[in-house]
Design a protein around this ligand. Structure first.
Ligand SMILES: [Fe+2]
Length: 140
């Protein structure tokens, strides 16, 4: 089991997302890269980046809602900056190569999940009157 699959969850499904799919994309990329299939490996790199873009978009929508309507999400600004800085760092990592980019994404995702996303999910659950069952009300 990969480190991503072993990450703790917040219990808020939209924040926890589909990490198994994300972990699978990374495994597939590495397997294809290892055998020199760069063309197909690049397809998985594109899937990985699409996943991140979608996850950021969903989280930022939820953060905006809880920050504006329900309570004051104190990490709002820091969390948004983390997402924005990711793309700056990703551009640098991609200039080193696709494998370096995927290894950067994997490290960044693990650190970001531990330092921001788990707390966001738990915060949403605390401000949501119906807790876990209604956590999805902040989603889309
Ligand atoms: Fe996040």
């Amino acid at each position: 089991m990969s480190k991503i699959e072993q990450l703790p969850v917040s219990g808020c499904h939209p924040v926890d997302g589909d990490r198994l799919r994300f972990a699978c994309y990374i495994k597939e990329f590495k397997a294809l890269h290892a055998v020199g299939d760069t063309k197909n490996a690049e397809k998985f790199l594109a899937e990985i980046i699409d996943y991140i873009v979608d996850a950021f978009s969903d989280q930022e929508r939820m953060m905006t809602r809880i920050h504006d309507e329900r309570s004051n999400y104190l990490e709002f600004g820091n969390h948004l900056r983390e997402h924005a800085n990711f793309f700056v760092s990703l551009r640098e990592a991609r200039s080193l190569g696709n494998l370096e980019a995927v290894e950067f994404i994997e490290r960044w995702f693990i650190n970001h999940t531990i330092n921001f996303d788990i707390d966001l999910g738990r915060f949403i659950k605390t401000v949501s009157p119906h807790n876990q069952a209604s956590c999805g009300q902040f989603y889309k």
